[in-house]
Design a protein around this ligand. Structure first.
Ligand code: S3P
Length: 425
């Protein structure tokens, strides 16, 4: 495939969830441009409306206007978070500080994801939880007046960290958290600072101090590096040409995949670095390149957790072996990504194995062909669609539409890339 394209990418999913939530917590009108309008973002908006905020329809390319009331209002209805773990976990944190009962649920994928890692520390702050099963949604949270918290997280997870920090915001109490491995994405910390809060980070403990109240904002969401990653991957696999991706967020806690790709021999340049609402943003310029295998160390995993599906498919076409160590968290993502990556790679003709918490991919020149089981997981679907752009490949997805969770225009943009397009995210 020859590529020649200049494309925007959809708004950052993590930042969109956080901005919608904080705007709904503020008293007054907020305006957000560049936000993601995919199914996951709509899940957050839907739940926030049930909790009393007015949120304008999420339409691609249109500003979102949010009218917050300062506090959430009790919802009689169950709060359905769809496929979105970020919505469920962040909202559990906020609802812990609201003195009423709320029940959260989600789709089949979300209901199997662990929630006690979030609710255990929130219970120590004073909130109460009742589960129908042993872990996971549906769960009912009864909020309370919260006590301060000092907590060491069992895993480096931005959802978990953010749930606790947001409980501190809504409950107006101090929260100190520490991550065990590498640092997970720090959008909540940056956004809280932009909202005027005090968040200290000494490289070990992250400390939140309840210094104010959430104010309405007018802000912009940068492009999502995790969505950009799939287009970067397709450009690296291409035989010829160049791709420019506009206004992509390049927060160092999100760009671990670019560091790994550089080690693998990928050529991705950054141009026009600037700041958008406290987040670094720039254009990514990518040209095709032969890749070689690499070792991805445990400390790197939190900084590229969502890009492992893409890196794994690229590794299958690289020269040599790629090993991802300590990637057990992949088992509790939108699907069991560890098992699905290995099995789907084998289905399409690659050599890959998931053993314990390690994923190993043996790279070689092969023609990918076969039917991929996505389990409705958007990132599995996009990763294998990228692999399907290799010459003569015949890769089929059992559920191509599931990309709508984070990147509704993905298939269209992948096509636009090879046609030399200028598209809309
Ligand atoms: C996210 C954090 C990550 C990531 C998810 C979004 C966030 O999950 O996989 O897609 O917005 O905080 P964990 O924090 O559970 O690793």
């Amino acid at each position: 495939m020859r590529i020649d394209a200049d494309l925007p990418v959809p708004g950052d999913k993590s930042i969109t969830h956080r901005m919608l939530i904080l705007a709904a917590m503020a008293r007054g009108r907020s305006r957000i441009t560049g936000a993601l309008t995919s199914l996951d973002a709509r899940s957050t908006a839907r739940v926030l409306r049930r909790l009393g905020a007015t949120v304008s329809p999420l339409v691609a390319g249109r500003e979102i206007v949010i009218e917050g009331r300062g506090r959430f209002r009790r919802s009689e209805r169950v709060l359905h978070c769809g496929n979105s773990g970020t919505s469920a976990r962040l909202l559990l944190g906020l609802l812990s500080a609201h003195p009423f009962a709320s029940t959260l649920t989600g789709d089949r994928s979300l209901r199997r994801r662990p929630m006690r890692r979030v609710t255990d520390p929130l219970a120590r702050m004073g909130a109460r939880f009742s589960f129908t099963g042993s872990d996971g949604l549906p769960v009912t949270v009864r909020g309370a007046t919260l006590a301060p918290l000092r907590h060491e997280l069992p895993v480096s997870s931005a959802q978990l960290k953010s749930a606790l920090l947001l409980a501190g915001v809504a409950g107006e109490v101090a929260v100190d958290v520490r991550e065990p491995g590498g640092r997970s994405r720090d959008h909540t910390e940056r956004m809280l600072r932009a909202f005027g809060y005090r968040v200290d980070d000494d490289g070990d403990w992250i400390r939140f101090a309840p210094t104010g109240r959430v104010l309405p904002v007018t802000s912009q969401v940068p492009g999502d590096p995790s969505s950009a990653a799939f287009l970067v991957g397709a450009a690296l696999l291409s035989e010829d040409g160049q791709l420019r991706l506009r206004d992509v967020g390049v927060n160092p806690t999100r760009t671990g995949f670019l560091r790994v790709l550089a080690r693998m021999g990928g050529r991705v340049a950054l141009e026009g670095l600037h700041d958008v609402g406290g987040e670094p943003v720039g254009d990514l310029i990518v040209s095709g390149a032969g890749l070689r295998g690499t070792e991805v160390a445990p400390g790197e995993i939190p900084g590229l957790i969502d890009e492992i599906p893409l890196l794994a498919v690229l590794a299958s076409r690289a020269e040599g072996t790629t090993v991802f160590r300590e990637v057990g968290e992949l088992r509790v993502k939108e699907s069991d990504r560890l098992a699905l990556l290995a099995s789907n790679l084998r289905t399409v003709g690659a050599t890959a194995a998931a053993e314990g918490n390690t994923l190993t991919v043996q790279g070689r020149d092969f023609v990918p062909a076969g039917r991929v089981v996505t389990a409705g997981d958007h990132r599995i679907a996009m990763a294998f669609a990228v692999l399907g752009t290799t010459p003569k490949a015949r890769v089929q997805l059992d559920d191509p539409a599931c990309v709508g969770i984070s990147f509704p225009a993905f298939h269209e943009m992948l096509r636009a890339m090879s046609a030399g397009g200028k598209g809309r995210a």
